[in-house]
Design a protein around this ligand. Sequence first.
Ligand SMILES: Nc1nc2c(c(=O)[nH]1)N[C@@H](CN(C=O)c1ccc(C(=O)N[C@@H](CCC(=O)O)C(=O)O)cc1)CN2
Ligand SMILES: NCC(=O)N[C@@H]1O[C@H](COP(=O)([O-])[O-])[C@@H](O)[C@H]1O
Length: 293
Amino acid sequence: MDATVAPPATRPGRSLHSNPALTTRRGTRPRPWGPAASGQANAVRCELSRRPEPRLVLRAAADAQQGGGGGEAAGAGRRKRLAVFVSGGGSNFRAIHEAALGGEVHGDVVVLVTDKPGCGGAEHARSNDIPVVVFPKLKNAPEGVSVPELLDTLREHQVDIVLLAGYLKLIPAELIREYPRSILNIHPSLLPAFGGKGYYGLKVHKAVIASGARYSGPTVHFVDEHYDTGKTLAQRVVPVFADDTPELLAARVLHEEHQVYVEAVAALCEDRILWREDGVPLIQSRLNPDVYL
Ligand SMILES: Nc1nc2c(c(=O)[nH]1)N[C@@H](CN(C=O)c1ccc(C(=O)N[C@@H](CCC(=O)O)C(=O)O)cc1)CN2
Ligand SMILES: NCC(=O)N[C@@H]1O[C@H](COP(=O)([O-])[O-])[C@@H](O)[C@H]1O
């Protein structure tokens, strides 16, 4: 499918989602977020600035000669088979698993991969009869599999989509090639800021606070050969407060992670990811196919 979408002016009757340029209204002093506010549901008052929509030339993943979601209409197609990679507690894994069981995600977690077989994510998998595979093979995890063995295991489970959820090892290029435009990661900062080697867990939030940034939030991105350099698919924004600790900020970001990752995974499972001409992936709204997020 190659849908060229012209600006609204020439397309009466259909409106595209305007990219909101969040600006405070002239003369309005931005109000503080959250607890510092006067108890109202405060946010910076914004107005949508309607700019002429850029011409969107969109292609479904299949049409872009890539793997990943096919070209079926949104919501069509069989349930996707998911592999989730974790290294820690696995709260994002659990959010995705619960969304799959509850019907929000049109897929099923069929295998859990971890470098830490005793971690919370692996425990959750075992208690839900989801097979656990250890990767990579390490001194303290001799039961780990090699890259070819991992690929064979994912094929045996007929995995369609790979989801990294707090996994702390570099995904090898062989896996990237096997699953083009079908591997997602959740990172706890607004990439490209505060990403790359050494940026994981509380280290990310410590760096954000030390930088003086006033906003942070999670990024869902496609995975390429390097840490955190793949194409951004979705983000959420949270405030950073003056008295924040890394733990407080981590909890605020994690809450948003659980929602934005489930939304992104749901879109990938329903083939609602379209690729803009310049290579940026967009989520097609489930409610209105003319809206791209
Ligand atoms: N090929 C890719 N592999 C992985 C990606 C990716 O984008 N491409 N994302 C990471 C997840 N991640 C950030 O989101 C990330 C994880 C770990 C590190 C890191 O510096 N790791 C340390 C080792 C830490 C440990 O073993 O305890 C390191 O490599 O020295 C950075 C970013 C998952 N894989
Ligand atoms: N750079 C990778 C990274 O820092 N990932 C982060 O690890 C945490 C895992 O939590 P979870 O195990 O509860 O999902 C999450 O905050 C995730 O964004």
